[in-house]
Design a protein around this ligand. Structure first.
Ligand SMILES: [Zn+2]
Length: 434
């Protein structure tokens, strides 16, 4: 067993002193109040905190960082995302994912759900993305997307039989993997036909996993759905029979109170991405209310094209501020709520024992430098994790009991080499947008 200690360790919702963590085979095996009779890695003036869970992103978007700024949704989607995605190769998918995963790890994200939709030419792009996660050492849930929107390019669009078959092949290949899982996702009501949504939901049932879907995410598509079906997104999904307990609803912004009650009753989990919603000019999801009615809500960064920072610590603070402001109540949501959302509830969305440092939980944690000026004085450290934390203070990151960031540097890939590859691969995109 490997033992770790630091000045403070986050256990049972608060920081404690005099704690030793025992780790073996990728999991926490012991949380001891007595010094073990074994060598211990001592981090000294640091705090050990659970790794954060990013419940929603599109990793390859980081390749295009800065190209999608200050645009209306449909221009953002057609003129930036789809235009460039049409030209993506599997190697681009690898480099883009490595860039995103590297940034996430350095910012304390140890698990990411990548809502992955470059599937139109087969599984090669998905496999390249998985390889990037393995090389960097981040824990990955690949939410493999089912979508058949005619407006999407051939690198993205699929038929229902192709999506089913390719999904089955991919999922079968990662059954017992320690750090990679596959689950299905349906893009959205506007980008997937009812047959495609049904196929994704069925794939989830067959393999007993969650499935993800963008739900009521943006004003424009929501208005179009109302015009086309005379129903809201959630109403239409209820008609299709897909408001189910295994659904993870991404965004859930344009949802009224009755619909929220339905989502809560069906135990739908929600991924809240405050930066991305605001970046694209949408209002905030009603997260404080969701939590009051008992819903599980995790946090997500969304992609590097509508945020453009991949940090759950950032999202924690933003989510808190937005709820306090929109509810006109500083007590609408607390630091403890945000911490749970970023860790334990993210683990429930990733469907793995993640988010707390307790025996049986996966050994994913960050080591935070308490001498960083953002955390001084350190008496209210639980609140600092939400309101004053700087990603700069993250010194080491462990995933599955293994150091993947040491002294602020990635261990899996040489950062200068990663930067060279990103610059070489993106030259053509940036030339095209100038
Ligand atoms: Zn998304």
């Amino acid at each position: 067993m490997d033992w770790y200690t630091a000045d403070r360790i986050f256990v049972d919702g608060r920081f404690e002193t005099g704690v030793w963590l025992g780790v073996e085979d990728g999991a926490v095996r012991a949380v001891s109040r007595e010094r073990p009779q074994a060598p211990v890695r001592e981090f000294g003036d640091c705090a050990i905190f659970p790794g954060t869970v990013n419940t929603h992103t599109h990793a390859f978007h980081s390749m295009l960082r800065g190209c999608g700024d200050d645009l209306p949704l449909l221009e953002w989607l057609y003129d930036v995302v789809y235009k460039h995605a049409a030209d993506f190769t599997p190697d681009d998918a690898y480099v883009g994912a490595a860039l995103a995963f590297g940034e996430m790890l350095k910012n304390g994200i140890t698990t990411v759900v990548d809502f992955f939709y470059l599937n139109g030419r087969g599984n090669e792009y998905a496999l390249a993305t998985i390889r990037a996660a393995e090389d960097l050492g981040i824990r990955l849930v690949l939410a493999r997307t089912f979508m058949d929107w005619e407006k999407a390019p051939a690198t993205i669009r699929e038929t229902v039989p192709d999506a089913r078959r390719r999904y089955g092949e991919l999922a079968a290949g990662y059954g017992g993997h320690p750090t990679v899982r596959i689950c299905p996702s349906a893009h959205s009501l506007y980008a997937a036909s009812p047959a495609m949504i049904e196929a994704a939901a069925q794939a989830a049932s067959e393999r007993n996993t969650a499935w993800h879907m963008h739900v009521a995410d943006a004003r424009g598509p929501e208005e179009a759905i109302k015009r086309q079906h005379g129903r809201t997104t959630v109403g239409r999904m209820a008609d299709l029979g897909v408001v189910r307990g295994d659904l993870v609803a991404i965004h859930a912004v344009y949802v009224d109170e009755k619909e929220l009650d339905l989502l809560a009753e069906r135990q739908v989990r929600v991924s809240h991405n405050p930066a991305a919603n605001m970046f694209l000019g949408d209002r905030a999801a009603r997260v404080a209310r969701m939590r009051r009615i008992g819903m599980c809500v995790g946090l997500g960064t969304d992609g590097g094209l509508d945020n453009n920072t991949l940090s759950i610590f950032h999202e924690m603070k933003l989510a808190a501020l937005v709820q306090k402001s929109t509810e006109a109540d500083p007590q609408a949501i607390t630091a403890a709520d945000l911490t749970r959302m970023a860790t334990v509830e993210g683990g429930r969305i990733a469907e793995q024992p993640l988010g707390s440092l307790a025996p049986g939980q996966l050994a994913d944690f960050v080591v935070i430098d308490l001498s960083d000026i953002a955390l001084v004085p350190g008496d209210r450290l639980e609140s600092h994790m939400v309101y004053s934390m700087s990603d700069r203070a993250i010194r080491h990151v462990y995933v599955h009991g293994k150091a993947v960031v040491e002294n602020g540097r990635l261990r899996g890939l040489e950062e200068a080499e990663l930067r060279r590859r990103v610059v070489a691969a993106t030259r053509r995109f940036f030339a095209a947008v100038q």
